[in-house]
Design a protein around this ligand. Structure first.
Ligand SMILES: Cc1cc2nc3c(=O)[nH]c(=O)nc-3n(C[C@H](O)[C@H](O)[C@H](O)COP(=O)(O)OP(=O)(O)OC[C@H]3O[C@@H](n4cnc5c(N)ncnc54)[C@H](O)[C@@H]3O)c2cc1C
Length: 612
């Protein structure tokens, strides 16, 4: 599918269907910017870079157009797992996780993973960004771009939140009495409340509400907020179903890309897109695919590339290393019989597994109710004795609904079977326990020389020598049990489904963790920003790849160390700052008078440097 200025999409798809390599949608054209990947960062970049009508921008996305209702309705993200909107990636088998392959969801659609995610808006803490130690990327600078990007519907303190940006943030619009029970329980075990997890003036620890990237109960993803409003620009061409297989280099200079549009070329003919002189390829394919495409293009560890018969363009061993995620396990309990029918799943489905009309009407008419929630929008950040520094190592996501499988994601597959049998989803609650600042490091590397083969992924779970991540998750199970046994929660819960009361010794808990650990979907770090190739870094502070020209990386893969929040907010911050560096040609750390002024009042009109 092609989108372009003023033309009807339908007509264009017919045009596209007739195209061959020589008459591909990009044949005979040159672009100032070719953005590889129309995910969260890609949508931000497409908007900001095409704001100048004199600049031509091409956005290539492997996935489909963003039209699914399952994207728009937040609760329906569970239906996207393992669907055609997902890359269906798995790690390789690893001993640390009982020889399991970990499912790693990634969005394959305009908007990328922001269109398939849980919509939590959590920036992490100031220390996360300061720990990167990179001039121009301090917490102060990051805060400026967080605010610039944001419109917060509910939190108005301008020292912390923005009010004029495209990225829409609000309080969750579904409430269940179990949320109160959780808050009371947290208070009963001695946790303080935290009214705003994104306010860096107070410690990140505490229990409370996680804000969400939604607008009146509708998902506010990269596509809807950044790309859709500018699709009519005549200088922006967006191609979906276009799988970039390679960046083309002339020596060390990127000059374009090769891509295959399978829908229009079942024989997988290669099409090319070329850069204008002085143009740039911008890699925005996310933490798995950006390093994979680079490796396919000859940018990576020269020995590995040689193994797969790929000629080295730049020997950068850090490409694909340093993969980080936030691994998770869960504790789940059923509600007492007399409370049956009170959990979130009961507010969505009737006892025969059909969606309730009331839930649909609440969403359609008021943008409220159970369909607006991805389930995990209340919780806590806690520092356990496994924490490395003063920042919390554990995130607890409280779900007022019961997991049906100890691997959270498999719950939805299991429920599908319940539905077929006309059975009811049991009422209960779940504590998802997330190692928020995990120490384990994995990698992404080539499995073969075929660009359509998924990469070989080592999740890195539980791989840290000191065993901190395991300790965090063990502590998490203990804390969840304390919460469940508190006066408030014990009044509503009836025993424990997962791990199960018989799992009590340290050895049994460890085995449970290794057998059920799953992703909480925060993959970052595989093209690390830093100072030198020798130290394993891939890009400098301007996000330019060391030793190459005409190419940058702008997505979650450049994050050196995972922030202890979710990763969407950080990705938008990175893309906003990168677009500014590219458009104005300023280095990361340069301070000019406008920047100084905007640092003190980022939402001032003068600071909206881009016109829509
Ligand atoms: C299930 C799930 C839940 C999550 N929950 C949250 C949450 O609650 N809060 C939060 O902040 N973050 C969450 N995240 C993470 C967040 O969505 C990501 O950090 C963010 O989207 C990363 O942005 P990105 O631009 O780096 O990558 P993406 O948004 O993943 O975009 C990459 C894009 O590149 C495309 N692409 C890949 N390869 C190619 C190719 N060869 N050619 C062309 N295009 C290609 C992909 O199809 C995709 O559209 C979640 C993620 C998932 C998957």
């Amino acid at each position: 599918m092609i989108f372009n200025a003023g033309l009807k999409n339908k007509r264009l798809s017919i045009l596209a269907a007739a195209s061959t390599t020589s008459s591909s949608p990009t044949a005979g054209k040159k672009f100032d910017f070719i953005i590889v990947g129309g995910g969260l960062a890609g949508c931000v970049l497409a908007n900001r870079l095409s704001a100048n009508p004199d600049v031509s921008v091409l956005l290539l996305e492997a996935g489909v157009n963003n039209t699914s209702r399952n994207i728009k309705i937040p609760v329906a993200f569970t239906k996207i797992f393992r669907s055609n909107l997902d890359w269906n990636l798995f790690s390789k088998k690893q001993a640390e996780v009982s020889d399991r392959q970990i499912y790693l969801p990634r969005g394959k659609v305009l908007g990328g993973s922001s269109s398939t995610n849980a919509t939590l808006y959590m920036r992490g803490s100031a220390g996360d960004y300061d720990s990167w130690g990179i001039p121009g990327w301090t917490s102060e600078e990051a805060l400026r771009w967080f605010k610039m990007a944001e419109t917060n519907a509910d939190l108005k303190d301008s020292a912390v939140h923005g009010s004029k940006g495209p990225y829409h943030v609000e309080n969750p619009r579904y409430h269940n009495f179990l949320h109160e029970k959780f808050f009371e329980a947290a208070s009963q075990i001695g946790v303080q409340s935290n009214p705003d997890f994104n306010d860096w003036r107070r410690p990140q620890e505490g229990y409370g509400t996680f804000q969400v990237t939604q607008e009146k109960g509708v998902r506010a993803d990269g596509y809807r907020q950044y790309l859709k409003p500018v699709l009519k620009r005549s200088n922006l061409q967006v191609l979906t179903g276009s799988n970039v297989t390679k960046v083309v280099f002339d020596g060390s200079k990127a000059v374009g890309v090769e891509y295959i549009a399978e829908d229009i070329s079942p024989m997988r003919e290669i099409a090319t897109a070329e850069l204008n002189v002085g143009g740039e390829v911008i890699m925005a394919s996310g933490s798995i695919h950006t390093p994979h495409i680079l490796q396919m293009s000859g940018v990576g560890d020269k020995n590995t590339l040689a193994e797969f018969g790929i000629e080295t363009v730049a020997n950068i061993p850090g490409v694909g290393q340093n993969l980080q995620d936030q691994p998770a396990v869960l504790v789940a309990s059923p509600l007492k019989k007399e409370l049956d029918g009170k959990s979130m799943s009961d507010h969505i489905y009737n006892p025969r597994g059909r969606i309730r009309k009331r839930a649909i009407l609440q969403w359609l008419l008021f943008g409220r109710g159970s369909l607006t929630s991805t389930g995990c929008d209340r919780g806590a950040m806690m520092r356990t004795d496994a924490a490395k520094d003063s920042a919390p190592d554990l995130q607890i996501r409280f779900v007022p609904g019961m997991a049906l499988d100890p691997d959270g994601v498999s719950t939805y597959t299991r429920f599908g079977k319940f539905q077929q049998e006309g059975r009811k989803w049991p009422s209960g609650v779940t504590f998802q326990l997330v190692a928020a600042r995990a120490a384990g490091r994995g990698s992404v590397s080539l499995k073969s020389g075929d660009p359509f083969d998924s990469p070989s992924i080592n999740s890195g779970y539980l791989s840290d020598d000191e065993g901190r991540d395991l300790a965090t998750l063990m502590n998490g199970i203990d804390i969840a049990r304390q919460l469940a046994c508190s006066e408030s929660m014990s009044s509503v819960l009836d025993g424990e489904m997962f791990p199960g009361e018989n799992i009590s010794s340290p050895a049994a808990k460890e085995e449970y963790i290794r057998k059920t650990i799953h992703s909480s979907n925060a993959l970052v770090g595989t093209c690390r920003m830093g100072t030198s190739v020798e130290q394993g870094d891939v890009v400098n502070s301007e996000l330019k790849i060391f030793g190459l020209s005409g190419i940058r990386i702008v997505d979650a893969s450049i994050i050196p160390r995972i922030p202890g929040g979710q990763t969407g907010a950080a990705t938008v911050m990175i893309a906003e700052k990168a677009a500014d560096m590219i458009v104005r040609g300023v280095p990361a750390a340069k301070v000019d008078p406008l920047e100084e002024f905007c640092a003190s009042d980022p939402s001032a009109d003068e600071c909206r440097v881009y016109e829509d």
